[in-house]
Design a protein around this ligand. Sequence first.
Ligand code: CTP
Length: 210
Amino acid sequence: MKFLITAGPTREALDPARYITNRSSGRMGYALAGAAKHDGHEVILISGPTALDVPAGVDFIHVESAQEMYEAVRDMVKYADVAILCAAVADYRPVAYSEQKIKKDGERLIIELERTPDILGSMRDVFGFTGTLIGFAAETQNVEDYARGKLERKKCDFIVANDVSRSDIGFDSRENEVALVFPDHTEYLEKDTKEHIAMHIIEHATIIRR
Ligand code: CTP
């Protein structure tokens, strides 16, 4: 099977020296790419900036902004049987980019932000993707309820949900504890390394028949 995986944060530039970003090491997405490749699948990894090595044998596309990630996914989605959107995409970007570095001027600075394109939300209705679709949900409360809402709105086959209010898992950690939220049930995976969790997710992704 062919997997398309997004990973890492995006960077939304304000000026040549500054950007808005999300907390994300990219480890979960890179672990998914490695696990899928290890299982004999073809993998396209579309990633924002991270400090990680690209798993051997994976096709890699580097992007910076949400807009670049959107365009890369749009162009590559036709090759995929399974898409796992794990990236921590910035939801907002500065309305204006300043070609010159913004100088200190006054005690307050107001920056106007606008929405970035919703990549996961575009997969079915804009890109026409008919394969298996898996999204991630980072929540701080009502994890399962919010994830189920996301599952329905974005027409996913399942959502990998985690509680980002906990400091021992997720984000910069090597471990994670997630729930796989399906339309009719939820499966809780025990706390484990991101590599082991990735193996479970890939296994579930390959058995869904659409
Ligand atoms: N995502 C995306 N494009 C965006 C924002 C998010 O593809 N512009 C994807 C992420 O990769 C993840 C999923 O959407 O798979 C969940 O992101 P999140 O921001 O938690 O979900 P939202 O539906 O935007 O909901 P909310 O911000 O209300 O929690």
